[in-house]
Design a protein around this ligand. Structure first.
Ligand code: ATP
Length: 324
């Protein structure tokens, strides 16, 4: 391996810049020529591939988003797109590619590696924490911090007015952000895609809180919850529970931005460092991830096909116990 390119793809996540910095500097430290691809796979196809030196990643470790930009690129799903991307890498003698993204990104990387023999390593970058092979994905911790900062503010107004707030958080089919946010913000209830919660149960829980003089209640709703989003749930509850004025807040894309937490800066640095080292060892089609407090590799195949239930059982149990 002499030349390595790095790209970010799919949704952006805080910590991607810390990761890019680590990839570029680890490569340069080891005598590799490093390249940055702009706008994910679109940049591979559009030949938007630029050399990066150690200074090109100065002062980015604290920035959210991704300096390399990201994109969803339909052309890369075609055989022709894969071929054009390969020609552009070949012209620069780039034989290693590090992709930072989610499962779509890894699917593309695997197809590309199988078809053209480019060595690829994946880094799990998504706030959703929905990938097998890493206990934490890049951006997840920062997203939770952002959510709890917002909920703390909502709690001030909820408490002052005796209100019931339904707050919808991101995570797609995963309830990871919702569960951790619920524990960290002291929410009264949380609705998760992984767990059935009936409106009856929820109303009973809120009634119990009201009868013991709770002055406000916060219910966190995962965007992937099967009975609908925060507006739907709020409507159903309101029909049967009227102790408080009811409000709904959808936190939306603010959850994707912001300066990465120390955890995500360190995770991004570790994963970037590990990804380059995997390529230097000659490995390919692997994802680097955090398990416990150690960096491990998982084949991209496994990361894509295996599914892990990531909700911590003690946190699940605590949602009921600590909200009385
Ligand atoms: P997030 O979890 O944030 O959505 P992601 O990596 O899953 O991230 P996707 O939009 O699903 O995001 O995928 C990113 C890109 O990966 C796609 O825009 C496309 O360019 C590429 N990709 C996805 N599936 C394939 C595929 N089957 N073949 C080739 N490329 C693919």
């Amino acid at each position: 391996i002499k030349n390595i390119a790095v790209l970010t793809s799919g949704g952006d996540a805080p910590g991607m810049n810390a990761c890019i910095r680590a990839v570029v500097r680890t490569g340069i430290y080891n005598g590799i020529n490093m390249f940055g691809v702009l706008q994910g796979y679109q940049g591979l196809i559009n030949n938007n591939i630029n050399p990066m030196d150690a200074r090109s990643v100065s002062n980015i470790i604290h920035l959210g988003g991704t300096i390399l930009k990201t994109a969803r690129c339909l052309d890369f799903k075609t055989e022709e797109g894969l071929d054009i991307a390969f020609e552009n890498l070949k012209a620069r003698d780039i034989d290693g590619l590090i992709v930072i993204g989610g499962d779509g990104t890894f699917t593309g990387a695997q197809r590309f590696a199988k078809k053209h023999g480019v060595k690829v390593i994946g880094i799990p970058g998504t706030i959703d924490n929905d990938l097998y092979g890493s206990d934490f994905t890049l951006g997840y911790d920062t997203a939770i911090n952002t959510v709890i900062e917002a909920i703390d503010k909502i709690r001030d107004t909820a408490d002052s007015h005796d209100r019931l707030f339904f707050i919808e958080v991101m995570g797609r089919d995963s309830g990871c952000i919702a569960l951790r946010s619920a524990i960290a913000s002291g929410a009264e209830a949380v609705l998760l895609p992984e767990r059935e919660t009936s409106v009856d149960e929820l109303v009973a829980q809120l009634e119990a809180g009201a009868s013991t003089k709770k002055s406000s209640s916060i219910v966190i709703v995962s965007e992937g919850h099967k009975d609908g989003g925060a507006f739907d749930i709020a409507k159903k509850v309101k029909e049967r529970f009227n102790h408080y004025d009811t409000k709904v807040t959808i936190l939306g894309h603010l959850q994707r931005g912001g300066s990465p937490s120390s955890f995500d800066r360190i995770l991004g640095s570790r994963l970037g460092f590990a990804a380059v080292n995997e390529l230097l060892k000659g490995n390919t089609m692997q994802m680097v991830g955090l398990r416990g407090n150690d960096i491990h590799t998982t084949t991209i195949e496994e990361a894509l096909t295996k599914h892990s239930f990531k909700l911590e059982s003690d946190l699940l149990e605590m949602t009921k116990v600590l909200s009385i």
